[in-house]
Design a protein around this ligand. Sequence first.
Ligand code: CA
Length: 360
Amino acid sequence: MNRIILHVDLDSFYASVEEFRKPGIKGKPIIICIYSGRTKDSGAVSSANYKARDLGIRSGMPIIFAKRLAKKKRAIFLPADRPYYQSVSQRIMDILEKEADAFQQVSVDEAYLDVSETTGGDWEKAIKIAKSIKKKIKEREKLTCSVGIGPNKLVAKMASKNMKPDGLTLVKTPEVRNFLNPLEVSKLHGIGRVTSFILEELGIKTIKDLAEFKVASIEEKLGKNKAKMLQERAIGIDNSTVEEQEAKQISRIGTLKKDSRDIDEIFKKIKELAKDLEKRIESRKVSFRTISLITIDTTLDIQTRSETIEQTQKLVPMISITKELLKDFLEENKYKQLRRVGVRVSNLIYRKKQRTLGDF
Ligand code: CA
């Protein structure tokens, strides 16, 4: 049975999240910035939507340059709100993880899914999964993503780049060479700027050139191992597996409707978070032994209180423990108002998912 890997990449993630959060800015160039705080405009662009990219604005660019390019274009510059993007990302990763035999989050907006077992190696079934993922993300978070499907991570990753935004590209095993051949060698995933410069110096322009180039000439410049690896990748070989990361703890944090020290009001929020967290625990197929209450007061001071219990997978029945921890907190901190609360489980025990033999 052939492997089937999906690579899911959210389209201009930060900018799209802001576009949905502040509907007034929709359709304008949006630039998300990390301000260094030294002067008003010092810092770098973190993400730009497609309208802003059309103006030549790219992530990593100094904000001052971006402002010059965006002059009189009614562009919107916003500071990056990472905790918010993180929470949206987490909800999306939960959607993705449920569809996969093995799941690997690569960054806040990118993940690999191994669906070999679920699909039994059937490409059509993989397309159905990809479409369903795109639909769910669109419905629940109003965001688009681009999905690449291929026989390994390398091809899946390059396929997701093929059509953006909102793309879906399938590259079946027999089509891999034709898909890769015409692309510029610098587009081969995993090739750095220096390597692609050296290859171009040798006269290698496309991935096809790389695949067919005399290996001895590449070895001379880059060494035996690297030359072999590059030529394998050029014909689409990648045996790396989708690596599940085992988190040490899983948590959910939320903001109260208003600052409060009302135990019932706060506990209501905790219960809500616990339900969400329990879904995550289920999808990760994990048991836990420690449950913690996280409190963040109006001065943004963070405290954590924990209780260790018998190993369990069910969080909701255990949630009264956090009410006791909350009581303790309120008694010991007579004048503090809470702004945010969180629930965390740790001391995790993983129950391994079954994998296909091809993974090893
Ligand atoms: Ca992205």
